[in-house]
Design a protein around this ligand. Structure first.
Ligand SMILES: [Zn+2]
Length: 95
């Protein structure tokens, strides 16, 4: 079983945007129910000043993180839907 949500206070590793060096935000995650430490997390860069941020295309730097090789095998085909923080009606699907 999978459950798709961010676990409060879970020790997601800190990730940095390689373009603006800002800390990325975990916006969604999928965890393995029997072992929450097996997971896939989606990070987005919240920085509107980032050089790769594109307001028109509604794109920001995004990064998928897997907790390990097993997690990659479990979750690589699982899509993560995301509600963007600034556009309530816009969803993007990341894989
Ligand atoms: Zn950035």
């Amino acid at each position: 079983m999978l459950f798709g949500r961010i676990i409060p206070d879970f020790p997601y590793p800190q990730k940095i945007c390689p373009y603006c060096m800002k800390t990325l935000v975990v916006v969604n995650a999928v965890h393995w129910e029997g072992d929450p430490y097996q997971y896939k997390a989606l990070y987005l860069d919240p920085n509107g000043e980032c050089p790769v941020y594109d307001e028109g295309a509604k794109q920001a730097y995004a990064r998928i993180y897997y907790s390990g090789e097993d997690a990659f095998n479990y979750f690589r085909d699982v899509l993560i839907p995301v509600q963007r923080w600034t556009q309530e009606d816009l969803y993007s699907i990341y894989k």
